[in-house]
Design a protein around this ligand. Structure first.
Ligand code: GDP
Length: 359
């Protein structure tokens, strides 16, 4: 993945540890190995496998998480090597777990369930062929039959889920069309996870959207009406946070949700300017945005968390010198007037509508 190269191995592992923490796991150690190509059987080399096994026994580890997607075979071989009670998973499975824990609406829950099943489908197949081999071929044919049965069950379930999802989405679309018939421009907040999107939404609207220092606090899009001092209004939507190495199954799963982005009048890209990897995070977000065909939508860059930056004055000066960039602190509210003015400036054309409505 080309965005993953923006992040060093250490940085990516640090983020993985943060994801694990978000999932409720306690991280005790992390390690990596440089290989010209991953080991086809175990992803890492046999020496590294032994080293991790020692650490597992030392710490009493229950879960080992890999930062890259493992093949079904690698997953199985690693679980075998580490011992029966250790769960081995990859970034994708971990993110799926987090999404599963946090899905608040029916649509999000259905999307996650669907993504989980699609993730399982190829892995299921390999599990049965493995059992067959293990039994020395005694259950030959039976395993194959079982795979077919299981795959059929899973496919049926996937079909049912897809239908349900479709009907949930149809409802939402009807609602959205109704909403769009009211001439209020829609502004979408986009940004790397934890950049402060929910906090900004809360500050502007007094909405009580879950904002916490965890990755993916927001899973479902939330829309609130923002009224400015001059009576003008816009709708502000908080979308799912982006992250590097967002598994393709998940991008696909959340596509429908993200599609709302491409229908907005303005994108507000919220950036955590105090984060050491702010630049890489911007690039990762821009990459997803370009995949969503939203490059033609006007955009405002919002440098958030200036209160936390070590050199706030320097940052403010730099932001001023860049076009379409403003500095705020969503937490203490500084720069929000300037933010609203900038939004208004950007929405000039669509704002005419609203102006006509205000007596
Ligand atoms: P989201 O994932 O983009 O929705 O981010 P959140 O709104 O959940 O914010 C993530 C964390 O950053 C929370 O702990 C917020 O309190 C914190 N945060 C958000 N904005 C600011 C800010 O302007 N300054 C500081 N210091 N912290 C902030």
């Amino acid at each position: 993945d080309d965005t993953s190269e923006l992040f060093s191995i250490e940085e990516s592992l640090k983020e993985l540890a943060q994801l694990a923490d978000t999932a409720g796991l306690l991280v005790v150690d992390s390690t990596y190995q440089k290989l010209s190509t991953p080991n086809p059987r175990t992803y890492i080399g046999s020496g590294k496998v032994a080293e991790i096994k020692t650490a597992i026994n030392g710490y009493g580890v229950e879960t080992v998480i890999f930062d890259d997607e493992l093949s079904p075979g690698q997953l199985r071989n690693l679980e075998k090597a580490f011992g029966g009670n250790v769960r081995v998973c990859d970034r994708t499975a971990l993110i799926l777990d987090i999404f599963d824990q946090r899905a608040a609406t029916r649509e999000a829950a259905l999307q996650v369930a669907l993504a989980q099943m699609e993730y399982q489908l190829p892995r299921l197949t390999k599990m049965w062929t493995h059992l067959e081999r293990q039994s020395g071929g005694q259950v030959k044919g039976m395993g194959e039959k079982q795979i077919e049965v299981d795959k059929r069950i899973l496919r049926t379930q996937i079909g049912v889920l897809k239908k349900e999802l479709e009907s949930v989405r149809k409802h939402r679309k009807q609602y959205r069309t109704r909403r769009l018939s009211v001439p209020v421009p829609v502004v979408s907040l986009v940004g790397y996870t934890n950049a402060g999107k929910s906090t900004l939404l809360n500050q502007l609207t007094g909405a009580n959207v879950l904002a916490e220092d965890r990755l993916f606090a927001t899973l479902d899009p939330t829309t609130r009406r923002v009224q400015m001092k001059n009576g003008k209004e816009f709708l502000l939507t908080d979308t799912v946070g982006f992250i590097q190495k967002l598994p393709t199954t998940l991008v696909a799963a959340f596509r429908a949700t993200l599609e709302e982005i491409s229908e907005s009048s303005l994108l507000v890209h919220v950036i955590d300017i105090s984060h050491p990897l702010a630049e890489q995070q911007i690039e990762a977000v821009e990459k997803v945005l370009s995949e969503l065909d939203s490059t033609s939508i006007p955009k405002l860059m919002v440098w958030n968390k200036v209160d936390k930056a070590t050199n706030p004055e320097e940052i403010k000066l730099k932001a001023k010198s860049l076009e379409d960039t403003i500095c705020i602190s969503a937490l203490n509210g500084s720069g929000l007037d300037e933010f609203c003015n900038a939004v208004q400036e950007k929405l000039k054309d669509s704002m005419v509508w609203v102006e006509a409505l205000v007596p």
